[in-house]
Design a protein around this ligand. Structure first.
Ligand code: FE2
Ligand code: FE2
Length: 220
């Protein structure tokens, strides 16, 4: 009975979802645009990013890489089960987020964090590990991660708006992604995260891990 309620909320989420600007999108409506984009020359490189932009792009690139790997880990365990479609939908959005920050890191000539290979493995292990504990534990992981990311993006939006020369593209990108991360959080709650065994302990540990990874990725 619960699962039915979860599935219907996910369908509503699909209907209200804003269009994703991402050439990884597989729907037929965006395929034509993707082909056109592929023939266009890539956007020009920008002058080297200032310190704030540099830090924001590096840490967000690391975070979106981690999110992509967490959902990949969840899909490896739960992809063929009843939660498969829900997780896949969120994973597709994370792939878009990652692709967008890979483009920004290239265009602004920002150095990626040296922790990239470690985050890659750790994030997949986190997604797969919590999924092995069950669907609700996987959703608890989603809620914990997305809570931290929404707060992190809100902090960055404040920082950018307070800066002397706010980067409009970065503001728009982070605002859009923040809204999608909030949807992922809400999906996790709708799908029973809070009913996971040791919900409080699981989410607190994951939140601490995410905040630590963010602080490290900002600097190195
Ligand atoms: Fe994301
Ligand atoms: Fe997300």
């Amino acid at each position: 009975m619960y699962r039915k309620a979860c599935a219907s909320s996910v369908q509503l989420m699909h209907i209200s979802m804003p269009t994703i600007r991402c050439n990884r999108t597989t729907s037929s409506s965006t395929t034509t645009a993707t082909h056109k984009e592929q023939s266009a020359p890539p956007p020009p490189l920008r002058p080297r990013a200032n310190a704030l932009t540099d830090e924001i792009i590096r840490v967000d690139h690391a975070g979106e890489l981690g999110a992509d790997r967490i959902y990949a880990g969840q899909m490896a365990i739960l992809g063929s089960g009843p939660m498969g479609k829900t997780i896949e939908h969120m994973w597709e959005q994370e792939k878009c987020h990652r692709a967008q920050f890979e483009e920004l890191i290239r265009r602004h000539r920002v150095r990626p964090t040296i922790m990239t290979p470690i985050w890659n493995v750790a994030a997949f292990a986190l997604g797969a590990g919590t999924a092995l504990l069950g669907e609700k534990a996987a959703m608890a992981c989603t809620v914990a991660v997305e809570t931290v990311i929404v707060e992190h993006y809100n902090d960055q939006l404040r920082q950018i708006m307070e800066s002397p020369n706010p980067d409009k593209e970065l503001l728009e990108t982070i605002t859009k992604f923040r809204d999608e991360e909030q949807e992922h959080h809400d999906t996790g709650i709708d799908c029973g995260a809070e009913q996971a065994p040791f919900y409080k302990a699981i989410t607190e540990v994951i939140k601490f891990g995410c905040k630590t990874a963010i602080n490290i990725s900002k600097k190195i």
